[in-house]
Design a protein around this ligand. Structure first.
Ligand SMILES: [Zn+2]
Length: 265
């Protein structure tokens, strides 16, 4: 086990629950075999903080890599101008940024805030920016598969992406894979009610899977009420292994290759 290496492909290290624990947390991650942590910023307020976290791997820390975007939960009060600022921020820090996101469409928020049209506009602008800068896209979904798929078909990504915290059917997974996406698998597979996603996971090609914690959100079953941590990526990996027939070494290696494929060019 100790020789296996991992990447947390989705961790909000900039959120105060985690940022107050660094650098000790990074050292612990390194000793657990975690080579990389990808931090997707969720709003303009987080961009600089996220960029400040970026660091190259040292002898006892993982690499911390940044993605910039606007999550559908944080659109209130934002305008097109914020998308222009996103573009200029990327130009200024291009070398530090490995993806665009977290973006996406959230069906529940769309109902509560009646902002579906705005979510769709911002999502498509993120696709445009990702293609412009030759970067992959990190996509949030909730009660929104049909609409996200429709947008992605009309406005495809050129450099792939990840459907973060994927939950859904095998057919939905295959639709995304056909459009160049990988599926981000996280702690939700520890939940009883995730049976559909677990069944999907058993059938997916290994080349389409990457792992994530979504820390500090989304604690694994049994850890609800506690802040999640990137260290839990090991538990997510062990859960995945339970549902796959391949050897753990094969799975770990394939997933690291998927990460390199998508994010490290
Ligand atoms: Zn997230």
């Amino acid at each position: 086990m100790s020789s296996l290496t991992f990447t947390d492909s989705h961790c909000h290290l900039d959120f105060s629950e985690l940022s107050t624990q660094t650098p000790e947390l990074l050292t612990q991650c390194y000793h657990a075999g975690i080579q990389r942590i990808i931090v997707p910023a969720v709003s303009p307020k987080n961009w600089q903080k996220t960029l400040n976290l970026v660091q190259n791997k040292t002898t006892d820390t993982p690499s911390v890599l940044a993605a910039l975007g606007i999550h559908p939960w944080y659109l209130q009060g934002l305008t097109y101008q914020d998308l222009d600022i996103l573009t200029s921020t990327i130009i200024k820090s291009r070398a530090k940024i490995i993806a665009i996101g977290e973006t996406g469409i959230d069906g529940k928020i769309a109902k509560q805030q009646a902002n579906l049209a705005k979510q769709i506009t911002f999502f498509n602008e993120h696709i445009r920016i990702a293609n412009q800068f030759k970067l992959p896209l990190i996509v949030h979904h909730r009660s929104s598969h049909p609409i996200i798929y429709q947008q992605l078909k009309q406005n495809p990504v050129d450099f792939g992406g990840v459907i973060h915290a994927f939950s859904g059917s095998y057919q939905q997974a295959c639709q995304y894979i056909d459009l160049g996406f990988k599926l981000g698998i996280g702690g939700t597979i520890s939940y009883e009610r995730a049976q559909k996603t677990i069944n999907t996971l058993k059938k997916l090609p290994l080349s389409s899977i990457i792992l994530e914690t979504d820390a500090p959100a989304m604690p694994l079953s049994g850890f609800q009420g506690m802040a999640n941590s990137p260290l839990k990526i090991i538990d997510v990996f062990n859960l995945l292994c339970r549902y796959r027939n391949e050897e753990p070494e094969t799975i770990a290696f394939a997933i690291e290759e998927n990460i390199k494929d998508l994010f490290i060019r």
